[in-house]
Design a protein around this ligand. Structure first.
Ligand SMILES: [Zn+2]
Length: 67
């Protein structure tokens, strides 16, 4: 289940983060940029969860936990 960590992100930003997280899963990186500030995304995995977020603090991010 993927959740928005921040209530302030839009559906478009949410989809962008989902696409970026898929890129990280497939390629280990993404060429996509944050639509809000233009920064790169970073991706963390931790056991059954992962987080994809903008490198800018308190910008946009999503977290996925388990299956
Ligand atoms: Zn950003």
């Amino acid at each position: 289940m993927v959740t928005k960590d921040l209530d302030t992100i839009t559906d478009i930003e949410f989809v962008l983060l989902l696409d970026a997280s898929k890129d990280f899963g497939r390629f280990g990186k993404t060429d996509r940029k944050c639509s809000r500030c233009g920064n790169d995304f970073e991706h963390f995995t931790n056991n059954s969860s992962y987080q994809t977020r903008c490198k800018t603090t308190d910008c946009i991010e999503i977290t996925s936990r388990g299956i």
